[in-house]
Design a protein around this ligand. Structure first.
Ligand SMILES: NC(=O)c1ccc[n+]([C@@H]2O[C@H](COP(=O)([O-])OP(=O)(O)OC[C@H]3O[C@@H](n4cnc5c(N)ncnc54)[C@H](OP(=O)(O)O)[C@@H]3O)[C@@H](O)[C@H]2O)c1
Length: 284
């Protein structure tokens, strides 16, 4: 059994590839270039928007055949079933039995975009696990990287709200478990980190690690939406991101830690460790 990793050159997919490699489990990285970030990892050309690439993962020379897939649908939080359904259906027709789908903590089954893909897996009767991560620690070295380096600032519409920040490596560990466990969980897991931090508190922690003051600029949801648009994000995504930050402010992300244990996957990595390990990125 081989696992096909869509988004296999990305953060969660790349970590998943390393975990499968370390466990000596066969896997195949899917990427638009047909290359993996690690030359030792086998890769195939795959583009969600080009059905002629779907067959590549199912050719006769892929031994053992692909029978499970990590799904990172294109378009992130705005991913649609119209775009991702054709490949999922194709994979099922080729014998794939198990899927692990990445959505997000506030995505409800059956709701537009990612929630429809979640429902589609259930309707198809395949083995599945839907991973619903909270906000990634790695946002501090992506979305926030430039503003921390340039303005010593993190900006959000999340006010004093707290987040159980999770590492993408722990999201990958959840994916690994769901893909390799003998009996498929056939459920959804909130994927959370072990500690709650507001952005104020995270900025204080980062300040002490960097030895310079990092502040949290508190925007309204509308200001935040405009800011995302100014950074080049499409209007609908800008609106969604600002709205998700409003939910943090209202305590909805912090409340996830009180959900029943069986519906949660709690990672091990903590924010302080992440800041210490990546300290050089924010040094100017
Ligand atoms: N940021 C957060 O706090 C947060 C929280 C919860 C959930 N999420 C979810 O996590 C997702 C990102 O996951 P991630 O961090 O693992 O991904 P990532 O590092 O952003 O990587 C995205 C991957 O998608 C691949 N890709 C892009 N377009 C493609 C296409 N047309 N066909 C095939 N592959 C394509 C890229 O591979 P190639 O370029 O090599 O083809 C890349 O490997 C978000 O989209 C969001 O839905 C994020």
């Amino acid at each position: 059994m081989t696992t096909l990793i869509t988004g296999g050159t990305g953060r969660t997919g790349g970590s998943l590839a390393r975990l499968l490699h370390a466990a000596d489990r066969p896997f195949l990285v899917a990427s638009r270039t047909g290359k993996s970030s690690n030359p030792d990892f086998k890769a195939v050309t795959f583009d969600w928007f080009d059905p002629s690439t779907y067959e590549n993962a199912f050719k006769d020379d892929i031994v053992p055949p692909v029978d499970r897939v990590y799904l990172l649908p294109p378009g992130g939080l705005m991913a649609t079933l119209t775009q991702s359904g054709p490949f999922i259906g194709f994979a099922i027709s080729k014998g794939v039995k198990r899927f692990v789908l990445l959505t997000s903590s506030q995505t409800l089954r059956g709701t537009p975009a990612l929630g429809e893909i979640h429902q589609y897996l259930i309707d198809k009767g395949v083995e599945y696990t839907v991973l619903k991560p909270t906000w990634y620690m790695q946002n501090f070295n992506a979305n926030f990287l430039h503003s921390i380096r340039k303005d010593n600032e993190v900006f959000s519409a999340s006010g004093e709200g707290k987040v159980p920040w999770v590492s993408t490596e722990d999201v990958a560990q959840a994916a690994f478990d769901a893909l390799t466990i003998e009996k498929s969980p056939n459920t959804e897991w909130l994927v959370l980190g072990p500690e709650l931090y507001s952005i104020d508190h995270a900025a204080e922690l980062l300040s002490s690690i960097l030895g310079r003051k990092i502040t949290h600029k508190k925007n309204t949801a509308l200001e935040q939406e405009e800011m995302y648009k100014g950074m080049g994000a499409p209007p609908d995504l800008s609106h969604l991101l600002a709205d998700l930050e409003r939910l943090i402010k209202e305590g909805k992300e912090a409340a996830l830690v009180d959900q029943p244990a069986e519906g949660k996957y709690v990672g091990k990595r903590i924010l302080e460790q992440f800041f210490l390990e990546n300290r050089d990125l924010w040094i100017v």
